[in-house]
Design a protein around this ligand. Structure first.
Ligand SMILES: *[C@@H]1O[C@H](CO)[C@@H](O)[C@H](O)[C@H]1NC(C)=O
Ligand SMILES: *[C@@H]1O[C@H](CO)[C@@H](O)[C@H](O)[C@H]1NC(C)=O
Ligand SMILES: *[C@@H]1O[C@H](CO)[C@@H](O)[C@H](O)[C@H]1NC(C)=O
Ligand SMILES: *[C@@H]1O[C@H](CO)[C@@H](O)[C@H](O)[C@H]1NC(C)=O
Ligand SMILES: *[C@@H]1O[C@H](CO)[C@@H](O)[C@H](O)[C@H]1NC(C)=O
Length: 422
């Protein structure tokens, strides 16, 4: 996330309050009892009769012609699937379904699988959205699978993004938002040209994202691939991401995050951060990035924090291993003076601690001479940095490969000698 934003923050807080209230309401004994006893009349009248827990949007009036608004059918299919006990499937058959915002709220009575065989197209009418496009909240054991595409149709609205000029800018809709979810799996699908972030995971526990493809042009604004915040036990594997911002960003409050077998490019790399923007952020710990390839990205593996951090926060136990760099501008970078669009003051009194970071077997090419940049703060140096087998070489011929190391402490073995900071 290049631009954390107050607007987004406010939204999350709001969503949290609204959802907490809603969850509390749903969990009230009266409501629960009613659902249980009233089995015959429990489902909405328009619910599909679908056998074996099927809820097919094409039977609810959705048209896969790419132009008929199918929002209502999708929201109804969700309500039907979510309202029944046992395993339920929301079927999106082959076809192109145009939709506005989809509000898939839980808690659900059973477990829902969204089978995406067709494509959903997010309307380009921005006035239709309150916040996000597909918003899934308070749902446990959700599965989204299939070979279909979530097409944000961002091309037509990216010009409305003024976030490079204005920090508190209006945020365009994120494509797929998972908030307050336990044990979710997203597999096989493609996310295309999101208006803003492609996927945002917030306050979830146990999320697996596998064999997913995320695609947007390298110059599309704030089209981060997958952003994770305040979540634990998230695995991203076998996924290919090419976007206009971070391929993966691991924000405050993330713990137990494993990224393996990811290819990133174009994009801004695989990042931890930004850290320190807000005053109540939680620590980041236990992050493993392994067997990944970065191609022509502006950063490879990055840790970024604000110099004028608003909170005391620690990022620790960050492990990067077997990473191939192909023509990457900043292959390895710890940037504790991160300051996009000059929105911060460089007071140099960072309260962010970065420690126990391992870079192991990182190889390939850099498009700038500075293959390694450890730009740590003089107040709180980075500590416990291990560099093991770092062999990234500058591609150009007009300069030599180098490392820039400031306020970093640790050890190095088996690295190109010009890259060993210690
Ligand atoms: C989503 O639906 C729930 C109930 O189904 C409602 O309480 C909530 O306000 C809706 N959220 C949005 C953003 O429309
Ligand atoms: C999520 O999965 C874990 C591990 O399988 C399990 O222990 C936990 O109870 C699950 N949580 C929910 C809410 O289903
Ligand atoms: C992540 O990887 C580590 C190290 O391989 C492992 O110990 C941990 O269980 C994994 N976490 C998840 C959520 O898969
Ligand atoms: C180093 O990482 C590369 C992938 O970037 C992998 O092919 C290679 O096997 C790794 N080497 C070792 C010794 O693990
Ligand atoms: C080599 O790169 C470094 C770091 O980017 C730069 O400061 C220096 O001026 C460059 N040298 C030449 C000869 O271009």
């Amino acid at each position: 996330m290049a631009l954390g934003s107050n607007a987004m923050r406010v939204f999350f807080l709001l969503a949290m309050v609204v959802c907490a209230a809603q969850a509390a309401g749903k969990a009230a004994p009266k409501e629960k009892e009613k659902g249980k006893d009233d089995k015959s009349g429990g489902a909405p009248a328009e619910a599909p009769s679908g056998s074996a827990g099927g809820s097919d949007i094409s039977k609810l009036g959705a048209k896969g012609d790419g132009k008929t608004d199918s929002t209502k059918a999708l929201n109804e299919a969700w309500a039907a699937a979510c309202g029944k006990e046992g395993p339920q499937t929301l079927m999106i058959p082959k076809g192109d379904y145009l939709t506005g915002p989809l509000n898939f709220s839980g808690p659900c009575k059973g477990s829902v699988t969204i089978q995406l065989d067709g494509n959903l197209l997010g309307t380009t009418d921005l006035s239709a959205y309150k916040t996000n496009w597909i918003e899934i909240e308070h749902v446990d054991n959700l599965v989204i699978s299939g070979k279909g595409t979530l097409d944000g149709q961002g091309k037509q609205v990216w010009d409305n993004n003024k976030c490079a000029q204005k920090y508190d800018c209006k945020i365009l809709p994120n494509t797929l938002v998972l908030d307050f979810c336990n044990n979710a799996t997203v597999s096989g699908i493609t996310l295309l040209n999101s208006k803003f972030f492609h996927m945002n995971v917030f306050q979830c526990k146990g999320v697996t994202i596998k064999d997913v493809t995320v695609t947007a042009p390298g110059d599309s604004p704030n089209t981060d691939g997958i952003h994770i915040g305040d979540s634990s036990k998230v695995t991203i594997t076998g996924t290919t991401i090419g976007v206009g911002d971070d391929c993966i960003s691991i924000g405050p409050g993330s713990t137990g995050i494993n990224v393996t077998g990811v290819t990133c490019g174009p994009g801004h790399g695989i990042s931890v951060g930004s850290l320190g923007r807000y005053k109540d952020e939680k620590d980041v710990t236990d992050i493993n990035v392994k067997d990944c390839t970065l191609k022509k990205t502006s950063n490879g593996v990055r840790i970024k924090s604000y110099e004028d951090a608003a909170c005391v926060i620690t990022a620790s136990k960050l492990h990067y291993e077997n990473i191939a760099m192909d023509d990457v501008a900043n292959p390895i970078i710890i940037d504790m003076k991160y300051c996009p669009n000059k929105i911060c003051t460089a007071k140099g009194d960072s309260k962010v601690t970065v420690k126990d970071v391992t870079f192991k077997n990182i190889t390939g090419t850099s498009s700038t001479p500075e293959a390694v940049s450890l730009l740590c703060s003089d107040k709180i140096p980075c500590s416990g940095v291990t560099m093991d087998n770092i062999k990234v070489e500058y591609k150009g011929t007009n300069n030599k490969t180098m490392a820039v190391c400031q306020n970093a402490k640790g050890s190095a073995t088996g690295c190109l000698k010009e890259l060993a900071c210690f």
